[in-house]
Design a protein around this ligand. Sequence first.
Ligand code: HEC
Ligand code: HEC
Length: 272
Amino acid sequence: MTKYKTIKTARSAIALLGMAVFASSATSSAMADKMDDYKVGDIHSGYVYTAPSTRAMQDDDFENPAFLMVEKGEALWSKPGPNGKSCASCHENPEEDMKGVSATYPKYDPKTKKMMTIEQKINREIVEKTGGKKVKWEKGVMPALSVFIGLQSRGMPMNVKIDGEAAPFYEKGKKFYYTRRGQLNIACKHCHEDYAGKHIRADLLSQGMANGFPAYRLKWQKVGSLHRRFRGCNKNIRAEPYKQGAEEYVNLELYVKSRGNGLKMEIPAVRR
Ligand code: HEC
Ligand code: HEC
């Protein structure tokens, strides 16, 4: 992270990025009502900030390209692993058995004494319960299973636990969020807290909520994990990104999700 020369203030970084300091256009009142579903008090889902055409894709499961992954996940659910067992062998009814599960991750894992994301849990199930090999986060099996499991929490409030054993990890994630980094020397906070609702180049900055991830991004033309999104945000400020599943990102995920506790889960969301 020290590889890049840093610049001094958040303000000059923002200027460098060409951020226009004006608020987004006001929404009509009919739309405001609909938007209430995507807000809890002052906390707003990324849905509120994304383009109307992108929202329309998310609103219609037949239009949402991530549903190809949902179908794939559903098929994989009953595909036997090397030991002859499939997810369905033990979780016969995923609509019930996986209901609300994604809304509670990352969760404290007594085995590693660390936080564990849903992707890490899926990998553990693949290895320990079906005799399979760990899979990569962004290709093939993982996006399919994580989106399929995530869908079973759609509409339920995000609800990560941050007390007890999770507390020290929450603190680390929080620290990450407020730490300046990269050549532009700015923190997550500068864009998603201070400048939410303002434009940065063509993008309207959201509050950086995580309730829709894994999400289909038009820019990626595929479903990607939350950690892939974190990597993009780190790269934008010319900071070294971490790998998917790195402890730094797992803790950051816990903190970011806790900021949105109560927001309805939207997996798989569609974003620009
Ligand atoms: C230079 C400004 C900037 C910084 C700093 C930044 N982001 Fe972002 N982030 C963006 C932009 C632009 C988007 C896409 C539009 C949006 O949702 O805000 C985005 C999107 C996101 C999203 C997806 C929101 C959604 O609903 O689709 C998350 C989550 C996120 N950022 C988290 C973070 C975290 C965590 C950090 C710190 C590691 C961070 N961002 C730092 C600019 C930034
Ligand atoms: C041999 C039975 C068995 C198989 C096969 C199995 N699981 Fe599980 N799974 C369990 C049990 C028991 C638990 C609860 C205890 C635990 O977390 O290990 C569980 C827990 C989980 C959880 C966490 C639920 C929560 O509330 O946190 C997820 C997610 C999960 N399984 C996904 C899968 C997936 C995906 C597969 C297929 C790749 C799979 N499981 C295969 C038995 C199984």
